[in-house]
Design a protein. Structure first.
Length: 386
């Protein structure tokens, strides 16, 4: 029962009705004529069938729409389950679910002997609240989510990430020395391109931070998980971001230089220089003060009201205090920069750091070994005002 079948049925109905109308328009028309009555009866029968078919098709469309909504709902539920499982295996969740954490108890690695002087142990309540509780009034606990947002790492998001299996690496920086592709005639000799690859050995750097948890905090699983998943990971990620920006700022001496009347003009010249080298310009690394100055200049020229620019000449800006003021780096960061990392951020815990064993304190250490290097300097340009 398809739309094509309905259209065919409607065509047949129209053909019968048109034949009946032709008879009715004749000069000697007789309403009791058997042919006319037969055509009229067949047309009415077709009307009933068309109405029934239309109703069925409408019901089918509604059912299909409902099935589509149900399928989308199932997809969203499956996605939430995947996200929930992903959250459940975060580094913080893994730690608080581990046997080492659950078996710690805040008393070092030795056993503990306790004597309960009062069979019913109670914590002292703040002054005033104890009176309310004694009077039978129970207040609802107020919780406030103080979890900070994930560390912004726009530079790390723009470069190429490379996982390695060891702490020592060898990266290859490519630079075309001579030659290149060109149009050649049939049977003519093909041109060559000579590259001067430079293989550089290096050792991954270590980015680490540690903190200590008191016995009281260890009892709060959510606080421990939040501290690991947000604060420690945030610190390591920000350290890697700052190091990558410093690497690019230091590379300004080996990449081409362009200038303009002002920084905004120099960036546009830099785009052309990068594209002439065969790479798409996608990002620009700026000092925060330069970004602010260009925002003000663009706002004043366009009279569009205060707004923070999302792009300059179509480039995505990346802010870094490591970038010298008055200078910028323009280019294809994914092609030019590689970030090698040994693994995801690792977590180590110990109650034997210094005198923490005696103080019932766990020391948490988060670290990752990684290194950011420039492998294609020709895909970058240092743009600065003249």
């Amino acid at each position: 029962m398809t739309a094509q079948a309905l259209e065919k049925l409607m065509d047949e109905r129209d053909e019968v009705r048109n034949a009946a109308l032709a008879i009715a328009q004749s000069d000697n028309f007789d309403p009791t004529d058997e042919t006319f009555v037969d055509l009229q009866t067949r047309a009415e029968g077709y009307d009933s069938r068309v109405a029934a078919f239309s109703k069925l098709l409408e019901s089918q469309q509604q059912a299909d729409q409902l099935d589509g909504r149900l399928a989308k709902t199932r997809q969203r539920e499956q996605q939430r389950e995947v996200e929930t499982r992903a959250d459940a295996i975060s580094i913080g969740e893994s730690f608080i679910r581990s046997a080492e954490f659950r078996g710690y108890g805040g008393h070092g690695t030795s056993s503990r002997f306790e004597v309960d002087f009062d069979p019913v142990q109670q914590r002292a309540l703040p002054t005033g609240i104890s009176d309310l509780v004694a009077a039978g009034m129970k207040g609802a606990a107020t919780t406030v989510d103080t979890t900070p947002p994930a560390a912004p790492t726009p530079l790390m998001n723009a470069v190429t990430q490379v996982a390695v299996s060891g702490n020592s690496i060898e990266y290859v920086a490519f630079r075309k020395v001579s030659g290149g592709a060109t149009k050649v005639a049939e049977k003519a000799a093909k041109p060559s391109a000579e590259f001067g690859p430079a293989v550089t050995p290096a050792v991954l750097d270590t980015f680490a931070v540690y903190t200590q948890l008191t016995r009281q905090m260890i009892e709060d699983f959510a606080a421990v998980r939040s501290l690991i998943d947000n604060e420690l990971r945030r610190d390591v990620a920000r350290a890697e971001e700052a190091d990558a920006a410093a690497v690019l700022a230091a590379a300004a001496g080996v990449i081409p230089d362009v200038t303009g009347d002002d920084l905004l003009s120099a960036i546009r010249v830099g785009i052309g220089t990068v594209e002439a080298a065969g790479y798409p310009a996608t990002h620009v690394l700026l000092n925060p003060a330069d970004w602010a100055d260009m925002d003000v200049a663009v706002m004043g020229g366009g009279l569009g009201g205060p707004t923070r620019q999302q792009t300059f000449w179509g480039l995505t800006p990346i802010s870094s205090s490591s970038q010298p003021a008055g200078e910028s780096i323009v280019g294809s960061f994914a092609s030019a920069v590689h970030h090698y990392y040994r693994s995801q951020i690792a977590l180590m815990a110990s109650d034997s750091h210094g005198d923490t064993f005696l103080a019932n304190v766990i020391t948490l250490l988060a670290e990752r070994r990684s290194k950011t290097v420039v492998v294609r300097p020709q895909a970058l340009v240092s743009a600065k005002a003249a």
